[in-house]
Ligand binder design. Structure first.
Ligand SMILES: [Zn+2]
Length: 320
């Protein structure tokens, strides 16, 4: 009796893991010499294509368009998990091929276009004039300037202001809004039918990027995600993971940010992620990269009151 049960369990597991996911995963590359692309997801309905995140470089976005062309169906909807340009620059390219594509995103990008995104415009223009800057970096700079000069392709015509759903044929995708997490508004997507969540940069390998992040809101977002019955989580960068790996990520995140919020030395906080998040650190070729990035985020973001105020939604404190 016992052995037949075991056999059944093993068989069911094999059947689940062999099943094809009902979406196409396009991995965002993180090259050494240029800016990264975020991951993209393509869902196919009976007559339409829906895309989650559109990348930065034309080479990435063209892989999405190639899927739509191969299926001979128009891209009718784009979801941006957040406004970072490695996830949203490709919106314009997709819409020039498919002008009817609706853009679902948080309205946080409107504020970013007045603040974070325009802070480096002068430096960017200077870079284009500088003969010592290599061409690939200049190409990235042009992509950045084109994107921020084209707000209609960043600001949503379908704003996500709370929980909502979008249908792709019979499939009902559930959208959730996390406030003051990796950005001021992060959208994450749950597909109950395939038990998958697509969380953008709420989960990033090898470590969370806090450039526009708020530790408290982010912890809350990870707790919400953890409550969902999912088997596969697709992060903003890096390969899909199972629920157990995500729970490990979450506990490393909670411990690291608790340390950053305390008076413990920076090195102790770095050591917490390097140890508890070791499985994620190992996914990057250079552990020194993770150590340096973690120390930077503790000292230059998480412990800087003005940045905390800006990214945690306290405008009074931000103005000081
Ligand atoms: Zn990203």
């Amino acid at each position: 009796m016992k052995s037949s049960l075991l056999f059944l369990t093993a068989f069911a597991y094999a059947a689940v893991s062999a099943a094809e996911p009902p979406y196409t995963f396009i991995e965002g590359k993180v090259p050494e010499d240029v800016q990264p692309d975020g991951n993209s997801i393509v869902f196919e309905g009976p007559k339409e294509i829906l895309v989650i995140d559109t990348g930065r470089h034309p080479e990435h976005t063209d892989k999405i368009i190639a899927v739509a062309k191969a299926r001979n169906k128009p891209i009718t909807a784009i979801i941006n998990t957040h406004w970072h340009l490695d996830h949203a620059t490709g919106n314009a390219r997709i819409r020039s091929a498919y002008p009817g594509a609706k853009l679902h995103a948080s309205t946080a990008v409107e504020e970013a276009l007045q603040g974070f995104l325009i802070r480096n415009v002068e430096k960017a223009k200077a870079r284009l004039e500088d003969p010592s800057v290599p061409e690939p970096r200049k190409a990235d700079t042009r992509l950045y300037l084109n994107a921020i000069n084209d707000p209609a392709n960043l600001v949503p015509d379908q704003p996500v202001k709370g929980a909502m759903s979008i249908n792709v044929g019979d499939r009902k995708l559930q959208l959730h809004l996390a406030k003051y997490a990796a950005t001021e508004g992060d959208v994450w997507v749950h597909d109950p039918a395939s038990k998958t969540v697509f969380v953008g940069d709420l989960v990033v390998v090898p470590l969370p990027f806090f450039d526009t992040g708020c530790a408290e809101g982010w912890r809350q977002a990870l707790a919400e995600i953890d409550k969902v019955d999912f088997q596969t989580l697709v992060p903003g960068h890096g390969l899909p993971m199972d629920h157990a790996a995500f729970s490990n990520y979450r506990s490393a995140f909670d411990a690291f940010t608790a340390c950053a919020g305390s008076s413990q030395p920076t090195a102790s906080c770095v050591a917490i992620w390097m140890q508890k998040g070791a499985a994620f650190v190992a996914m990057h070729p250079d552990p020194k990269y993770s150590e340096a990035a973690l120390a930077y985020y503790v000292d230059q973001v998480l412990r800087i009151p003005a940045k905390r105020a800006e990214y945690c939604g306290n405008p009074n404190e931000a103005a000081r």
